[in-house]
Each structure stands twice: as C-alpha cells, then as structure tokens.
Ligand binder design. Structure first.
Ligand code: ADP
Length: 399
C-alpha cells in the first residue's frame, strides 16, 4: 500500500474535522467530523466510499477521544498505513510564519504565544496537534497558517492609523485570514487564465459564515478585508464586520454594556443574523425574502452585498491591473442573488454578469459568469483541505 496520503486536521474548541487526502489529485479517501466535544453527546461522523457512519465518543468525550476513535476508524478500513504526515490548520501565525512549517516544540511555543492574538482558535488548534502527536508519534506534523498567505502585504496595507508603538509593542496590525482559501481560488483562476499565478492580479471574495475579500497582485496577497481579528471587514453570518469604533464607546458609556457583552454583540449577534433578526444563514434569508417577502431578510442580504462590492472596489486601489474577481465559500459558490447584487455595483470595474450563467453556476460548479465583454467573474469552489494536504506533502518532501 502506498504511503502518500495526508491526514488534514482542523481542530476547533468543540469540533474536529478531518480528511485523509491524496495530495497529488485532491481525492478525499475518508473524511468526517467529531462534534460537541467535551459534552456527553459528543460523536464522530465519517464519510467513506459514499457511506456515512456515526458513533458516540467515550468519556471524557474530548479531542483525545476523537483522535483515538479516528485511529480506530482508519485501522478498520486499513488506511493507517497510507498516512505519511499530518497537516494541521492553524489560524494565527502572526509575523512568525509565512510558510507551511514542520511542528517542533519551538513552533508549539510560538503557537501558544500567538494565542493572545487568536484566543478562540490557536489554543484549540494546539489541542489537536498534541492529541495527534500522542497517537501518531512517528509521523511528521505540519502547521499551515491561515494568516501566512497575507504576510506579503506591504506596511501601507497592514498598519492601522493608531500610534505606531501599538504595532511595535503589541503586534497590533492587520493580519488577514482565510489565506489558504484565497490562495487556492487565486491559483484556480490563474489556471483558467492559462497564466502562472505570479502574472495574475485578482480579487477573491471568500463568502462563508466568515467573509473576507483579498487583493492578489502578481500572485501575492497585498491587502485583505479582515484585520487584526476576523471581525474586521464586510459583515458576515453573525459578525458585524467594520463599524464605527465610536459605537463601542457608546454601548459601554451610554448603554451600560460590558466588554464581554460588546464582544458577544459584535461576534455572535450581528451580521446577517443581527440585521435580519431571523438567521445567520444565507439560504434561510433568501427563502424568507422570496416566500414571505421578509423585509429585514432582504435588507440583511442587500447590506451584505453592498459591503462586499465596496470592499472589492476599495481593494482594487492596491492593484495596477485587474484580471478578474472570484466568488467562493458557501455563499459565493451558491447564492446567485448575492452575486447579482454585489456585481450590480461594480460596473465601473467593468464587471457585468450573465444572468443565465449566474443562475446555473452553483452547487460545486466552477466557471466564468461574466458577460462576454466583462472582466472575468469566476465562481470557484474552495478546497482548503487540499491546499493543506499539498503544502504538507511538499514540505515533507523538502525535509
Ligand atoms: P464556513 O465558513 O462555516 O465554512 P460555508 O462556506 O459552508 O461556511 O458557508 C456557509 C454559508 O453558505 C451559509 O450562510 C449558507 O446559507 C450559505 N449557503 C450554502 N448553500 C447555499 C445555497 N444553496 N444558497 C445560498 N446560500 C448557501
């Protein structure tokens, strides 16, 4: 049996997603998710050769139990022998990491240090790394950072208009996120242009539960809408995106909010959910808008689309040329309504979409939905797991 598959792990505080991938062609051999970790209802769901299976986890129901169960599942299907390395998605690499990195004790310590910049994500990522190290002690483990692709941004893009000492002393700057996704779809767009990525200038819009827009100049990220945290930029499922910072002082000083309550309001109760008062889910809002003529559902989708259009237009300032734009993520890949609304504001960039192509390019299809005389406007399904597998495999072969 060939030992050339990468186990990709994306570990959150209460879930652990995994896929075993052939890095050369992107084939997913087995995939799954362990959910509700650390609660008695924790379970693991797997997809293998078209079949779905689910089983409960044993106490203490946490990440280690999920990894042990995963090993059992891989052994049952005789897949353990195929795994040659493990690629971990790590959210924050700060300024320390701009490349895929072999995980050593020093790297783990840096991930811990960077937890102060990503308190919700890095500690969970580290739990996944340590659980895998215990069980797969013979295998190399790689970290692929969400921020790495954006480390090429110039200081004009990443410095905020606050005292410079905040950057020097406290690392407060724009980092940008969703790097693997922006990189992947930019690469795919370059293939459609039949040019090397290093010759391409593209704006990529990753629209999922989290949303970010990135300007890619000659294959490199030069600016992105998310910032110091994933809260900045366009509004998202339940995150506000950028708002007047003065609102925060008003909430605290005039309306009696605590810092925690503001945090919850802006991260969990805002965005599509907050404006619609209905749901953070684009599908639900589209249905409510069409079937019930729900005015706030329509408002939420329209504010969302306008903000994305403004973000694309403002990021065009960082490019000398624009070869096209890309929509990706659950919303970007599937919502013809959002794509139509966003592009309706972009005629000055010569982006005009073809209604029929827009309506038919969904559910995993990719293609250019632009009119004949328009700049290309691609829909490209993202595949972050494949990037993690490819980069881990390349690193493994370099080591
Ligand atoms: P995550 O950021 O968690 O990976 P996804 O990329 O899966 O999220 O995107 C989730 C979003 O995609 C949700 O708002 C969901 O409603 C939206 N979405 C998925 N399918 C469709 C569809 N057919 N039409 C409109 N929106 C969709």
């Amino acid at each position: 049996m060939k030992k050339n598959a990468i186990l990709v792990i994306n570990c959150g505080s209460s879930s652990l997603k995994f896929s075993l991938i052939n890095p050369e062609c992107g084939e997913i051999i087995i995939s799954g998710i362990a959910e509700r970790l650390s609660s008695p209802s924790a379970c693991i769901t797997t997809k293998y050769q078209g079949d779905k299976g689910q089983q409960p986890l044993s106490p203490p129901y946490a990440h280690k139990a999920a990894i042990s169960e995963l090993v059992g599942i891989l052994s049952k299907h005789q897949l353990v022998e195929q795994v040659c390395a493990i690629g971990h998605r790590v959210v924050h690499g700060g300024e320390d990491y701009s490349q895929p990195t072999l995980i050593t004790d020093d790297v783990k310590q840096t991930i811990v240090k960077l937890s102060k910049l990503a308190p919700l994500h890095n500690p969970a990522n580290l739990i996944g790394i340590e659980a895998c190290q215990k069980v797969f002690s013979q295998l190399p483990q790689m970290a692929i950072f969400d921020t790495a692709f954006h480390q090429t941004m110039p200081d004009t893009a990443y410095i905020y208009g606050i005292p410079y000492s905040m950057y020097q002393k406290h690392s407060i700057r724009k980092y940008g996120f969703h790097g693997t996704s922006h990189y992947f779809v930019a690469t795919q767009a370059a293939k459609m242009l039949n040019r090397p990525l290093s010759d391409c200038n593209i704006i990529t819009a990753h629209l999922g539960n989290g949303c970010s827009v990135t300007a890619v100049s000659q294959g490199k990220s030069v600016d992105s809408s998310m910032g110091f945290t994933p809260l900045e930029g366009v509004m998202m499922g339940s995150r506000s995106g950028s708002i007047d910072p003065g609102i925060i002082f008003h909430l605290i000083d005039q309306l009696g909010y605590s810092a925690d309550e503001v945090n919850k309001l802006l991260n969990k109760e805002s965005g599509l959910l907050g404006v619609s008062g209905l749901s953070n889910d684009c599908r639900t809002l589209e249905q409510a808008m069409l079937e019930e003529k729900h005015p706030q559902a329509k408002l939420a989708l329209d504010v969302f689309s306008y903000q994305i259009a403004k973000s694309i237009a403002s990021l065009s300032a960082s490019l000398n040329q624009l070869d096209g734009i890309v929509f990706t993520g659950g919303i970007g890949e599937n919502s013809s309504y959002v794509r139509e609304q966003v592009t309706s504001y972009l005629s000055l960039l010569n982006i005009k979409i073809d209604t029929e192509k827009n309506a038919s390019t969904r559910f995993g299809q990719s293609g250019n939905i632009g009119q004949e005389n328009s700049r290309p406007c691609w829909v490209i399904p993202t595949n972050e797991e494949w990037v993690i597998a490819q980069q881990s495999y390349q690193l493994l072969n370099k080591e």
